[in-house]
Design a protein around this ligand. Structure first.
Ligand code: PMP
Length: 406
């Protein structure tokens, strides 16, 4: 099946506008994707027709909302091929999912002197929570480096993993370099030595079919807002046997079984990790986003985005002074670059005035910036609604401003 991009774009009316009197070109979907009408309407429908607080309600609206919310858990179980629905925990996003694991896994399994391995190409969300946990528990973080082409040097794991290593945290797809990391091999190496693995799938799930059982990953985390769903919703997949042993992350309603001032007992999975009223409408609309993506076909979308990536890469390389960070053949829809002699911020500001939305700066990845010795970069990123024509217009705009600024 070939995707009908013109038809797909009709689902995203936000893209039809002009900004600064120029047609909008949205090349910032790695930061957050736009939402199709189907998702927006689902959220509105819940608000208009059957909104109520979930799980605790003994009335029609609450029951209907609960059924819709829990149905999305089943949908996600299928989407990532988890073995049990209890292994799908709803959070606010990737960041909260990682903080949850860093805290609860830390409490259950980390002792002073233990070690964690974090890759050098991580988003801050997959570094800082581990640092906080390491500080609290007296553990140490060791870094898995990448080479200048953006390849994770997984051969180094053989020396980095010691008998003290407890967990490896790594991105499935890096938000700066776009590298699709061989997480299956990393997990294999880790498990051979009894080490657990958390895979940050924030940039991966909308681009690659993910099967958590085939990967045998211990934890897999992602956000709805990067995959055509609402913001404020994320997922933590974790193996039941591990989640069962981990203490709750937050206390409150729903996560308890019984409360007294003498003793509180906790609820079963997944509710043990879902304290308080969650983003009910967001979760339900997330289900619609997954259906939307599945109807298009994740593999089909990935193939199209890869074509956009290759096309844009070739065009960018024709610009003098161009450096692209991350040139792995196994790469997903982001291109991070700099043009010699021009500040990244100047480029993004001028592109914005030309109607083109890109990301610039440190991209929440200081360790990647440090690796290349740069203070900032420009990043363009694609989603299924982008077109080759937009890339052409972007290249014309970029060439124009290079002439003006250099
Ligand atoms: N990890 C990666 C690889 C990301 O790209 C992002 C978002 N930029 C995050 C984590 C954090 O995601 P969120 O802000 O949705 O929690």
């Amino acid at each position: 099946m070939t995707l009908d991009i013109a038809r797909i774009r009709k689902d995203f009316p936000i893209l039809e506008q002009t900004v600064y009197n120029k047609p909008l070109i949205y090349f910032d979907s790695a930061a957050s994707s736009q939402k199709p009408l189907q998702v927006l309407k689902k959220e509105e429908q819940l608000h208009l027709e059957y909104y109520g607080n979930i799980h605790r309600g003994a009335h029609f609206l609450a029951d209907k909302a609960t059924i819709a919310y829990e149905a999305v858990r089943d949908q996600l179980k299928k989407f990532v091929n988890a073995a049990n629905r209890e292994e799908i925990i709803f959070t606010k996003g990737t960041t909260e999912s990682i903080n949850l694991v860093a805290f609860s896994f830390g409490e259950a399994f980390i002792e002073a002197g233990d070690e964690l391995i974090v890759s050098e190409m991580e988003h801050h969300a997959n570094i800082v929570p581990w640092q906080m946990m390491a500080q609290r528990k007296g553990a140490k973080i060791r870094v898995l480096p990448f080479d200048n082409d953006g390849r994770l040097m997984i051969e180094k794991l053989d020396e980095l993993i010691t008998e003290k290593t407890k967990l490896i945290a790594v991105a499935h797809v890096a938000n700066t370099l776009g590298t699709i990391n061989p997480v299956d091999k990393i997990i294999e190496k880790a498990h051979a030595k009894g080490v657990k693995v958390l895979v940050d799938g924030a940039q991966a799930v909308k681009h690659l079919p993910v099967d958590v059982q085939a990967l045998d990953t211990d934890f897999y985390v992602f956000s709805a807002h990067k995959m055509y769903g609402p913001n404020g919703v994320g997922v933590l997949y974790g193996k039941k046997e591990l989640l069962d042993q981990m203490p709750p992350y937050q206390g409150g309603g729903e996560m308890i079984s019984e409360v007294s001032f003498e003793k509180t007992t906790f609820n079963d999975l997944p509710y043990k990790f879902e304290a308080g009223t969650p983003h009910i409408t967001g979760v339900v609309a997330f289900g619609e986003a997954i259906s939307y993506l599945e109807n298009l076909g994740v593999a089909e979308v990935a193939r199209y985005e890869h074509e956009l990536l290759q096309y844009a890469t070739q065009k960018l390389l024709s610009i003098q002074g161009m450096t692209i960070y991350g040139t792995q053949p196994e790469k997903s829809g982001v291109i991070t670059f700099n043009i010699e002699g021009i500040h990244s911020f100047d480029i993004s500001t001028m592109l914005d005035k030309m109607g083109i939305a890109v990301r610039s700066g440190r991209l929440c990845a200081d360790t990647v910036m440090q690796h290349y010795g740069v203070s900032g970069t420009i990043r363009i990123s694609f989603a299924v609604y982008n077109t080759f024509d937009e890339i052409d217009q972007f290249i014309v705009a970029l060439k124009k401003l290079v002439m003006m600024l250099s």
